[in-house]
Ligand binder design. Structure first.
Ligand code: ADP
Ligand code: ZN
Ligand code: ZN
Length: 741
């Protein structure tokens, strides 16, 4: 028998099949889905490969498969092949997501604290260095490759999985590739848990109606998609719990996906409280690789019937799924931002169709796209209008910063916010100050009327480029000189806008010298000091004020927080992304949800230069439906998703000449081959962040309703540009990415 295999590689030329002979003694075991080792080319070491087809004969002279590693299923191979086309990547890169995290069992490690190892350089840079032959030692390469997939592994784990000694690690550390960080590790993520058992609640009428519909789909093994739309506290999780109960009674597996950041112990506790911990498997990136391996096996061996995990848990090794529930479905972490750039919601939908089970999405602020699908009847909409536990929504006050300025207040805090903070300090209550700012995009705004300059073609805020002293649209490339007078009110107080969290903390420390503050942003959240650590510190030690970017808005529950201040709602309104409104509405709703979740009523103060903007007004009213109506009309008019797809082709290069060749080639190729009637192909141009670590970054946008031919054309283009042999240039395509940088 002959096996058609795909070699494990990111090289585009190798995204094709090669024929190998299946030795007689392995014939019984090897089939479509087997991971094997094969001799390949002139390499001494065997290469990892995946069997994607079996046939009787081949016209070529072929070598033998050397070894069988493990088996995937045909469905998984089919999914990987589909993903390869849809997400513009290699089949082997997708298969990798479905494999066990390692191949040998790690010895039990009982240490409370161990050294774990992280990469010190960007994975992409390491990849480049390997490609350019800067790292010669095979062992070093192996360790780095391993760490790319398993950051935070311990030295002993690395040794077991890569057969490399400690000396190799020391060399890599000396050469600046990796770092050792001391961490507490628990082998079994649930081992120390004791959670009080909870009983199922009697559902409210609304909950019951939603439950009944989905229950029927579970019973009939029917593939349908549902959106449960209901404010925080409306009882979505209780419905999930009862759906899961129903599913496991039918001896099926229930899968529950949650956003990266909200898989906190508190979330997990609710599931353990209802179902006990024996049959729950947890999968997420913060687990040690040993833990991940154990959880993975628990699923593979059928010992778990509830899987709770983040994005990549969608590839958990089971063929017995009875339901997939995706909570906070609007969260951007369901879309992967590195190769393979897949969307877990789309994968869930495929799996549901394959194996005939319902997929349930839930949110208080659904993704505009999801809500649109629900409105046109592709997804069944189930609405919860009331809060299940009768707590009230916080009061939201909007402060007009233009007015503050007119009154002579130049500080970052309005008078109202200042007073409320002072009061909170006096009452020993906690405050969260939220500054939604992406440090790199600078926009220009009039401080007197709140006017910002937007692109006439795209309705996206134009971004200030310091070097050229110009405004540019990051979608279509339109440029404009900087105005010194506001086009709307003729004021001269028109200037760049943006305040960082650090500056805000300094100011708060000056205004309230006796208040304890803690800051959470990309600078303070590190590998050593996680998001969890900071929030725990804030909660446990009753720190007065937490200052942070949007990381503060997710996940945790702070009983003593009664005030949330949004320093400038405008920062998210003016991001250079068509989703600016949607992001603003979601963030403001989530922020509001942080205040006063207990008996004491919470208060939210929203500072803005644009109090009459519809996102802000409707966030104040917490009126998602009205927001959706306005936003979807805008999207339709300007033709943005869901009315089309957006493909971004990114170019990262160390060499200007190569970059030029690549962009020219890709533009010409796509501009000629894609049908103009359906696809708009924009000129390549520098990315909003046009240089990172000496790499020049460009990108190109394509807009249109992606059809099969278009996927084929783009995949073909990426293969052909690879053949130009531009060794210092990485090119990739992403469909409907999270952000446009
Ligand atoms: P969501 O997931 O929509 O935020 P939850 O399911 O967490 O909502 O419910 C919010 C609170 O209301 C929880 O404390 C929960 O125990 C309680 N709750 C949910 N459903 C009911 C019900 N049917 N009867 C009484 N309390 C309920
Ligand atoms: Zn103005
Ligand atoms: Zn534009």
């Amino acid at each position: 028998m002959i096996a058609e295999v795909i070699i494990e590689s990111t090289a585009k030329q190798l995204n094709r099949t090669f024929d190998y002979n299946i030795p007689k003694n392995l014939e019984e075991y090897i089939g479509v889905g087997s991971a094997v080792l094969v001799p390949f080319g002139r390499k001494k070491e065997l290469e990892e490969a995946y069997v994607v087809g079996i046939k009787e004969n081949t016209e070529y002279e072929v070598k033998d498969i050397a070894k069988l590693k493990h088996n995937l299923t045909e469905n998984q191979i089919r999914l990987a092949r589909w993903m390869s086309k849809k997400y513009f990547c290699n089949v082997s890169e997708c298969i990798k997501l479905m494999l066990a995290p390692g191949t040998k069992r790690k010895n039990e490690v009982q240490e409370k604290k161990i050294n774990v190892i992280y990469l010190k350089k960007e994975a992409e840079d390491i990849e480049n260095e390997i490609e350019q032959g800067k790292i010669k030692s095979e062992k070093q390469k192996r360790v780095l490759q391993f760490l790319k997939a398993n950051e935070g592994a311990s030295a002993s784990e690395i040794e077991i999985f890569t057969d490399c000694s400690n000396a190799i690690l020391k060399t890599l550390e000396k050469n600046g590739y990796i770092e050792f960080i001391e961490k507490k590790i628990e082998r079994n993520p649930l081992i120390s848990k004791t959670v009080e058992k909870t009983e199922k609640l009697e559902l409210t009428e609304e909950q019951q109606q939603a439950f009944n519909k989905i229950e029927k789909a579970i019973d009939n093994e029917e593939n349908k998609e549902y959106l449960i739309y209901g404010v925080t506290g409306s009882g979505k999780t209780e419905i999930y719990l009862q759906l899961i109960e129903k599913t496991i009674k039918k001896e099926k597996v229930a899968m529950m996906l949650v956003p990266e950041i909200s898989l906190t112990p508190q979330t997990v506790d609710r599931f353990i409280g209802r179902f006990g911990k024996e049959k729950i498997a947890i999968l997420h990136s913060k687990l040690s690789i040993g833990e991940r391996y154990d959880e993975w096996n628990k699923i593979k061996e059928g010992k778990a019937n509830i899987i709770i995990g983040t994005r990549s848990a969608i590839f958990a090794p089971t063929e017995n799924i009875g339901i997939i529930i995706i909570d906070e479905e609007h969260d951007s972490s369901y879309k992967s931002e590195s190769t393979p750039r897949y969307n877990a919601k789309e994968i869930a939908s495929i799996l549901g169709k394959q194996a005939k089970f319902p997929v349930v999405l839930g949110s208080a602020t659904p993704d505009i796209n999801t809500y649109y699908q629900a409105r046109i009847g592709k997804i069944e909409l189930l609405i919860l209008t009331k809060r299940a536990n009768k707590s009230t929504l916080p009061q939201i006050e909007i402060v007009d910063l233009k007015q503050e300025l007119a009154n002579g207040n130049r500080s970052m805090l309005s008078v109202s916010l200042y007073q409320k903070i002072e009061e909170n300090l006096k009452n020993k209550k906690q405050t969260i100050l939220f500054l939604n700012r992406r440090g790199y995009s600078t926009f220009i705004m009039c401080r007197d009327c709140g006017y910002t300059i937007k692109c006439k073609n795209c309705n996206i805020s134009m971004t200030y480029h310091k070097k050229e002293n110009k405004l540019k649209c990051h979608y279509c490339g339109a440029e404009q000189k900087i105005a010194t007078i506001c086009p709307s009110c003729k004021s001269t107080r028109i200037r760049y806008f943006g305040t960082g969290t650090q500056k805000l903390e300094q100011e708060i420390n000056k205004i309230f010298p006796n208040a304890q503050t803690i800051r959470m942003d990309v600078d303070t959240v590190t590998k050593k000091n996680s998001h969890e650590d900071i929030l725990n510190h804030f909660k446990r030690d009753n720190i007065d004020i937490l200052i942070g970017t949007q990381m503060v808005v997710k996940g945790h529950h702070f009983p003593n927080v009664t005030l949330v201040g949004v320093i400038a709602a405008d920062s998210s309104l003016n991001i250079d992304d068509y989703r600016a409104n949607e992001r603003t509405f979601q963030i403001l709703t989530q922020v509001a949800g942080r205040a006063g979740r207990e008996e004491t009523e919470g208060k939210v103060i929203l500072q803005t230069y644009n109090p009459e903007n519809f996102c802000i007004e409707l966030a104040k009213k917490q009126d998602y439906d009205e927001f959706y109506k306005t936003e979807i009309a805008l999207r339709k008019q300007l033709k943005y998703p869901p009315f089309c797809d957006i493909i971004i082709i990114s170019f990262n290069s160390k060499k200007e000449e190569e970059l030029e060749k690549a962009t020219k080639f890709v533009y010409k190729y796509l501009n000629t081959k894609l049908d103009k009637q359906y696809y708009a192909v924009y000129q390549p141009m520098p990315s909003p962040i046009d240089k990172i670590q000496n790499k020049i970054r460009w990108r190109m946008i394509i807009k249109g309703n992606m059809k099969k031919e278009a996927y084929e054309i783009i995949n073909e283009c990426l293969k052909e540009v690879y053949n130009l042999n531009l060794r210092n240039t990485a090119i990739y395509a992403d469909i409907n990415p999270n952000n446009m940088i």
